[in-house]
Structures are given as C-alpha cells and as structure tokens.
Design a protein around this ligand. Structure first.
Ligand SMILES: [Zn+2]
Ligand SMILES: [Zn+2]
Length: 313
C-alpha cells in the first residue's frame, strides 16, 4: 500500500490523517484504496500491466468468463492552489484502447473452441522450487482467456477487438486535494474483454508565488515597513480569486511576528477551512534619498546598541 513513493511521502508528512482524508463530492476516499480491486489496479500498474490474479493464479471468475481486464492509465495532473480552492474543471487527453465498434470487441464473428485450453480459458502450469512443486492456474496464452479462437478475424481491428482512440477527459479538481493524492476513474482506462481498466489521476500541486501550503494551512510572508511595525496599522494580504485579507498590525510589533487568520486557509474535505499564517518580516529600506538618510541617522538616538537575540525568541 505504501509502495508508491509519493504516497509514502504523504504518509510521512502528515501521518495517518494525511492518508485517511476523504473527499466529498469527488467520490473518492483513501479507504477505497484498501479494497482488493484497487490493490490489483495499483499492483497491476507496478508490474507493468500484468494483473494480480494472472501472477498468482487466483480470482473468483472462472472458466471462459475469466478474461483479462484492460490496463490502467496513470495521469499526473498539475493544478494550482486557485484551482484546488475553486474545484476547477480540468481537461486532459488520453490515448486509450477502446472496444472495436464493428465486432463489439470480440475480434470476429465466427468462433471455435480454443485448442490449447479446451475452451476453459485457463491453463495449469507447474513450477518446482525449494519449497516444493507449485501448481498455478493462469490465463490461456493462446486465447487470452476467452476460451475461443476466431475463425474469421474482424476486418477493422484484425481480430484484436480494440483500437486506439484519443479522448478528452474532463474532471473537477477535488476541493482541497493535496499533492500526491489521486482519484480513480473506473472503466475509463483501456478496453479489456473482462472490463475496462481505470484512469488514475494523481494531482501535482504547482508552487504558488506567495503561499506555502502545509496540510490545509497556508503560510505567507509579508515584507512590512518599519514604520508600520512601530506605529501599527493594517496591511493587505493577497488571497485567492482577487480577494485580499486585511491584517491588523499591532503598535510596537517586531519582525518576525506571526499572525494567525482563522479559517482563511485551504478548504478541507469536511467543509471547513485551514488557517492562514501571516509572517511579518521587516521590509528593507531601498531608498538612498538624502532625507531618508537623515531620518535614519536621527533614529540612532532611540535605537541603542546592537544585541544578540536570545534563542527561541
Ligand atoms: Zn473488430
Ligand atoms: Zn485457450
């Protein structure tokens, strides 16, 4: 379950909470991932498209009905923080196998029982190892599990039953989705006679110019003029969708100072919001104006001597 480095990273970063998030409306929950089908999907992906039951020879489907599922398509979708906040629609293209429209995915219209498996769709193979002899049941390589061979292959797909098609897929960015999390679009992957595969859309967060995201909280640094820190006042902090947040700076503030804005962070799957943390940093004085130099020179009388800053302050 934690084989995927991105998921592991998420797990390390946020602990259990990070991976147990559920998305309302998006129809996705991390709990889905432990279901056996999903494990198959992911393992299938890791092992280059071969399926769990093909590898280990088990599965509930039997005989000629046990046909191979279509492969999964893994998409990494880059999204901005704004798109995550707004649950924006995103489009991407996939080039996938779809069932042939002429033969309905069967590869032909005229069939006879497969000679290799006798129509069962499965073959037994024996392997010897240190632990003994193992019998495993796998999909028949001759008929690929269908139990039949085509007498007259379909003219359009040459008997493969599928053809490559490029499709545009549209999804809504799950609200509050985090880097490395994903959604599974079942049945949207490659065509397979035993069912279509899935499209797994994994989200990659584009770095924001000002905001740093930690969980559902946002961090931003504001370069604040010295006069504002000393005399107090208010500053405007950028938000999403052109909104700005007004932040009160207390008289006699000293940089760095962190101000917490409750519920002004990223939307959470439970409908709430994280917090925004505004760090007031001292804005360096850029002016070389003579008048400014004079004022600064006068400041000396009130500043006193430099002193070391105690740790943790
Ligand atoms: Zn066809
Ligand atoms: Zn066969």
């Amino acid at each position: 379950m934690l084989m995927d480095p991105q998921k592991r990273q998420l797990y390390d970063q946020y602990g259990h909470d990070g991976v147990s998030q559920t998305f309302k409306g998006g129809g996705f929950s991390w709990d889905d991932f432990t279901h056996f089908d999903d494990l198959q999907d992911i393992l299938g992906n890791l092992f280059g498209g071969s399926h769990f039951e093909d590898l280990f020879g088990f599965g509930s489907r039997r005989g000629a009905q046990r046909q191979s599922r279509g492969g999964d398509i893994h998409v990494i979708l880059k999204v901005t923080l704004e798109e995550i906040v707004n649950s924006a629609k995103k489009q991407f293209k996939v080039n996938r196998f779809e069932g042939c429209t002429v033969c309905g995915g069967k590869g032909g219209t005229d069939f006879s029982p497969c000679g290799q498996c006798g129509g069962r769709g499965q073959v037994k193979t024996q392997s010897r190892s240190f632990f003994g002899t193992f019998t495993s049941i796998g999909t028949c390589p001759a008929c690929k599990g269908s139990g039949q061979t085509i007498k007259t292959p379909c003219a359009k797909c040459s008997g493969t039953g599928r053809s490559r098609v490029t499709r545009t897929i549209e999804i809504k960015t799950p609200r509050g989705v985090a880097n490395g999390q994903y959604i599974v679009l079942r049945g949207e992957g490659h065509f397979g006679r035993g069912g279509n595969g899935s499209i797994i859309v994994q989200f990659e967060e584009k770095p924001h110019m000002y905001f740093e995201r930690r969980g559902y909280d946002l961090y931003i640094r504001m370069l604040t003029p010295y006069s504002k820190l000393i005399n107090g006042g208010s500053i405007e902090v950028p938000g999403f969708n052109g909104r700005r947040e007004r932040v009160k700076v207390k008289k006699g503030s000293s940089a760095p100072e962190i101000i917490r804005l409750k519920a002004k962070g990223m939307p959470r799957p439970d409908g709430g919001y994280g917090d925004m943390y505004v760090e007031l940093d001292l804005k360096p004085l850029e002016s070389t104006d003579k008048n400014v130099s004079k004022i600064i020179e006068e400041l000396k009388n009130y500043e006193g001597e430099p002193k070391p800053r105690p740790r943790g302050e």
